[in-house]
Design a protein around this ligand. Structure first.
Ligand SMILES: Cc1cc2nc3c(=O)[nH]c(=O)nc-3n(C[C@H](O)[C@H](O)[C@H](O)COP(=O)(O)O)c2cc1C
Length: 342
């Protein structure tokens, strides 16, 4: 899949949701054109926090996956680039839209909308890293802590023949952002990002102030898209898309090259092929997702899966009691028993 073509449908990055197991489910059942990881702190990589690398674990697939990172310090993005490239990711994305207070008050996520020189520095570090990668520099040539280097290299060799080191010399550098901080800034931010040298912009049609409330403003997204005309930069829109036909309508109406879907894909990997699963298919998916989760995270139990199990019940008749039971699940045995009883 050439991601510079128009018509792209993507699974959006969602912290705490689009982990390796969720992506494998979505890929196997729905087959979006591309998927994003959850965001990963760039500074955490530098601090040697190995558990962060779980977010970058991945199954072997031909579906491109973009690794997303956040953080205010440009210098740490060099590690992000080399880790993602080594793991065979199809692109590196900078989070410039997260409204989380802890992230914003340190100057990352949406705060970058108010500090464009810093955003420019981040993009510059990524563009420089890409040249270094092209010239043969590898993760082992960086000063990322030894334990992180070893862990990344072991991840490359661990899963079904491993994740090939990226053979794409020109890994796309992208940004996912919002239409503005307090109010729309597309007239300023979009030309700025194009000029800074990004290959792609994913734009959520809400401001930081709006967080996730109200409706995404697709006219602002269309306005942003106008700036990319005549450039090599693609623009993907995001916000409130709830089906593939809706995504296709949005691409046609607002002219964007692609669309990202986040919340409508929770518990619904079938959305990407516009399929309504049966009750039995949902049950099978819950069990398979839980098994995958434990394969990726043998150190955990199924508590983090409870939200997913509850989402799979959306639209299932008489699901309230089933949900109550699922919210107490910790082991596969618990889950199997509950699913067998309905
Ligand atoms: C719980 C939650 C976590 C999110 N985490 C991320 C993230 O890690 N990176 C990111 O760029 N956006 C993140 N987002 C924003 C989504 O990618 C998306 O922009 C937003 O939900 C709007 O799309 P939707 O209407 O399809 O849900 C998150 C959203 C939610 C609800």
């Amino acid at each position: 899949m050439n991601l510079s073509q128009p018509g792209i449908i993507a699974l959006a990055p969602v912290d705490g949701v689009t982990d390796a197991a969720f992506r494998q489910m979505t890929d196997e059942i729905g087959k979006p054109d591309v998927m994003y990881t959850e965001f990963v702190t760039t500074e955490g990589l530098f601090r040697g926090r190995e558990t962060l690398l779980h977010a970058l674990d991945k199954h072997k697939t031909k579906t491109p996956i973009i690794a997303q990172f956040f953080g205010p310090h440009p210098k740490f993005y060099r590690y992000a680039f080399f880790v993602a490239a080594e793991l065979g990711y199809a692109g590196i994305d900078v989070n410039m839209g997260c409204p989380d207070t802890n992230i914003v008050k340190k100057g990352g996520g949406a705060a970058l909308l108010l500090d464009l020189p810093r955003a420019k520095e981040i993009i510059k570090v990524l563009l420089e890293s890409r040249i270094e990668w092209k010239n043969g520099k590898r993760l082992v040539d960086t000063d990322l802590p030894e334990n992180m280097q070893q862990k990344v290299i072991s991840m490359c060799h661990s899963r079904e023949g491993g994740n090939p080191v990226s053979n794409q010399a020109d890994l796309p550098i992208s940004v996912k952002t919002r239409i503005g901080y307090h109010s729309t800034q597309v007239n300023e931010v979009i030309p700025f990002l194009i000029d800074a040298g990004v290959d792609r912009i994913a734009l959520h049609g809400r401001t930081f102030d709006a967080r996730y409330s109200g409706r995404a403003d697709w006219t602002e997204i269309a306005k942003a898209n106008e700036f990319t005309k005549g450039t090599d930069v693609s623009l993907w829109g995001n916000g409130d898309v709830n089906s593939i036909s809706d995504a296709e309508d949005k691409m046609k109406t607002y002219g964007v090259d692609g669309v990202l879907i986040a919340r409508a894909a929770f518990g619904n990997p079938w959305i990407f092929k516009e399929y309504q699963p049966t009750f039995e298919e949902r049950k099978k998916a819950m069990l398979y997702h839980a098994q995958l989760f434990l394969q990726y995270r043998p150190d955990l139990d199924l508590r983090p899966m409870r939200k997913h199990l509850s989402w799979y019940c959306k639209g299932m008749e008489g699901s309230a009691r089933l949900r109550d039971h699922l919210m107490k699940v910790s082991t596969l045995e618990d889950l199997k028993k509950i699913l067998e009883s309905v």
